[in-house]
Design a protein around this ligand. Sequence first.
Ligand code: ATP
Ligand code: MG
Ligand code: FE
Length: 347
Amino acid sequence: RRVLGIETSCDETGIAIYDCTQGLVAQAVYSQVPIHAQYGGVVPELASRDHVRKTLPLIRQVMEEAGIEPGAIDGVAFTAGPGLMGALLVGTALGRSLAWAWGVPSIGVHHMEGHLLAPLLEEPAPAFPFVALLVSGGHTQLVEVRGIGRYRILGESLDDAAGEAFDKTAKILDLPYPGGPALAQLAERGDPTRFHFPRPMTDRPGLDFSFSGLKTFALNTVREQLAQPADRDQTRADIARAFEDAVVDTLVIKCRRALKETGFQRLILAGGVSANRRLRARMNEAIAADGGETYYPRLALCTDNGAMIAYAGWHRLNAGQCEPLGFKPRARWPMESLAVVRDEGLV
Ligand code: ATP
Ligand code: MG
Ligand code: FE
């Protein structure tokens, strides 16, 4: 059984084909970054228009590369939310139309479930149950995962997502959009002892996050420090490093706490920020010291892609789920409301 996956929730057009025996057979991601970079952030109307331009050619390209004819596709999965409504409508309309034309079922996939299941495409795949830390541009969530569709939110950001904090702080440091990877690169040459940023909400119990204060802290530090003429470039790197350390430490503290509270041994990280090298290194070290295990998607599957949508869609189609005629995408969509796909047994 083969499923075509279409991702258009934000500023990446992602297309992939997942085959239940062969795994990922083909994939391509087209990034709109150059289009939005000049505005310093995603412009929703431009995102939708560019998805319209790119989805069909990219689907053709991926199918040709894989040598797969339309008749060999058994289902179509598209991102149905959460995300930018105009962008979601492009993938939804196209996915639904292709499925109708090919006479196969289609399924609207929850974007964060896509991120959450991406580590299951790797070897070894984590077994259920596990705790998931979803860290992306729009979300920072700790989720108790007992099976596909069996999600309970343990904690989440009360304001900015971790990726958003990276991007906003990068902007303060005059780094180009999207700032997360650029900030991480600058932090490589930073002195970790020069500045100390707070670790928000770690001094009290609970698993929620708050990252907007770090951006303000960065802004104040920049104003204070860059008023001095001395080595501005090193100062920027030192601030980047202090910021990154604060985010990483905060995420590590909360993940350890979540594993302790659930009694689970396995932790998975997913979403764009899970590509961060320092986060991976420090998380691995801390969780291993507690006797736990950490799992990640390969770097290309941390940020938005079609593979995670094809894979999540395959699980749901395989369980007999599909969308009715009047289906509509949802800009907001709580993950806890998803149907359970497969019961992994009570733990
Ligand atoms: P969501 O999934 O919540 O809808 P999104 O799809 O925009 O948001 P992703 O594509 O998963 O988010 O991730 C993009 C985010 O990841 C951006 O905020 C980006 O700055 C951040 N990011 C990517 N690589 C790194 C890195 N190496 N270090 C820190 N942040 C990173
Ligand atoms: Mg993106
Ligand atoms: Fe995403």
